[in-house]
Design a protein around this ligand. Structure first.
Ligand SMILES: [Zn+2]
Length: 418
């Protein structure tokens, strides 16, 4: 079911905020933190509303929550794939169908650029043919946007809902793409939930959001986790026999092994300069190879100083960070070729796919192996450009850098260690 403000919906008996002895509790998001409620008095008396989920519309102690009962119907939805699945992918695809059939969770542990989304298509089709409600969910807005485009492109005749922050395209919630936050509105609704980038912030940091996925799921529902960098705790939870690994990218070329350079960029930036090795790698990428570049920095303070120095030599340079109001526009501008170099925080480490992209990491000693694997995974993803370059500039070697290189090496040999 879905909580809604739609007046046609059936009225749910309970108010959004209820009082349990002396404590308030939000029925919709489960909040019971005293500091996250606001109470005021008007003509009719006292009203308390929940601050935690207020951006989804107010949940308060006066208005009953409204509920839409899930519509369930079978449909046969056709899809098309833009490439042919290889053996590993076909096997993973069958395992997903099998997991849905037998109601158990499954993890697809796949290298970056393995075509994880495409592997789920048959499972989605199978679930919908049985009338199961399907949800594709990720914690990241950029990932959600890209997945929605890929799904609507593949499933031409399906009506797919898109739910995230500033945008909503609503059909009837039988096939939905959503950020985790929007799930506060659903209870016991989805039979198949595909969680993309399960280890991505803020899902790992916020247990409540994980609970939200469980609440949106029906009792017999199935969760399919997609990840390139699983956490040990999730591996234990899903169990080894329910983990399928894909060590090859969809285009069959190996992952790009990062090259490491030892240098202190913060120090040179203070003198309004960049190390010669950094600049020469950058020039190689741009001019003769005509590529685009992502420069990942460990914190937001480095964005502007970096841009200032680069602007002495390069024109089409931009910065981007998670709170950037022009975030979406800048990504679109880079796609249109108006930006050559994007200096970014880790927000672009996942889900974003560009053609002819090289990746630079500044102060690699601040990034863990998960982050470095995701970042390196931006390079060489396209069929027409499988190589790409990944450079890590760091003050010193770290466990994270060593582990990222080691895992890349193992993947390229077709091995996965759980
Ligand atoms: Zn709430």
């Amino acid at each position: 079911m879905k909580f809604t403000r739609n007046i046609d919906a059936k009225v749910y008996a309970e108010c959004g905020v209820v009082k349990d002895r002396y404590k308030y509790k939000c029925v919709r998001c489960g909040n019971s933190n005293h500091g996250l409620f606001y109470t005021y008095t008007d003509y009719y008396g006292e009203v308390t509303y929940c601050l935690r989920c207020v951006n989804l519309g107010r949940s308060d102690s006066r208005t009953p929550l409204r509920v839409v009962e899930p519509s369930r119907y079978r449909e046969l939805i056709a899809y098309k794939l833009s490439f042919q699945l290889n053996k590993e992918q076909q096997y993973a695809q069958e395992r997903i169908v099998d997991a849905i059939k037998h109601h158990h969770d499954l993890m697809i542990y796949a290298v970056t650029g393995a075509g994880k989304t495409e592997i789920t298509f048959r499972g989605i089709q199978f679930a919908r043919s049985l009338g199961m409600n399907v949800l594709f969910v990720s914690p990241r807005v950029d990932v959600i946007r890209e997945i929605y485009l890929r799904l609507t492109d593949a499933f031409k005749n399906a009506r797919i809902d898109l739910l995230y922050g500033d945008e909503k395209i609503e059909a009837d919630f039988v096939f939905t793409v959503s950020t985790v936050h929007q799930l506060y509105n659903f209870r016991n609704h989805y039979d198949v939930i595909i969680v993309d980038e399960v280890d991505a912030f803020p899902l790992t940091k916020d247990q409540l959001l994980k609970t939200q996925i469980d609440k949106a799921k029906t009792d017999s529902g199935v969760i399919i986790y997609l990840t390139a960098t699983p956490e040990a705790s999730l591996i234990r939870k899903v169990k080894k026999e329910n983990i399928v690994s894909i060590t090859r990218r969809y285009h069959k070329e190996p992952l790009v092994m990062p090259e490491v350079y030892y240098t202190n960029i913060k120090k040179t930036l203070r003198k309004k300069k960049l190390p010669e090795i950094f600049l020469s790698r950058l020039r190689e990428s741009l001019a003769p190879r005509n590529r685009k570049v992502f420069i990942f920095v460990p914190n937001i303070d480095l964005l502007v100083p970096m841009k200032e120095v680069l602007n002495k030599e390069f024109e089409k340079v931009e910065t981007i960070f998670s709170g950037d109001p022009l975030r979406k526009e800048k990504i679109d501008r880079m796609r249109n070729g108006e930006i050559d170099i994007m200096i970014t925080t880790t927000i672009l480490e996942r889900g974003v796919t560009f053609k002819r992209l090289d990746v630079f990491v500044v102060h690699g000693e601040y990034f863990d192996d998960t982050s470095l694997i995701q970042i390196a995974g931006r390079a060489g993803r396209k069929l027409e450009d499988t190589k790409g370059n990944v450079y890590i500039f760091t003050k010193y070697n770290t466990r994270g850098i060593m582990k990222a290189r080691e895992k890349t090496f193992q993947f390229n040999k077709g091995k996965v260690k759980l």
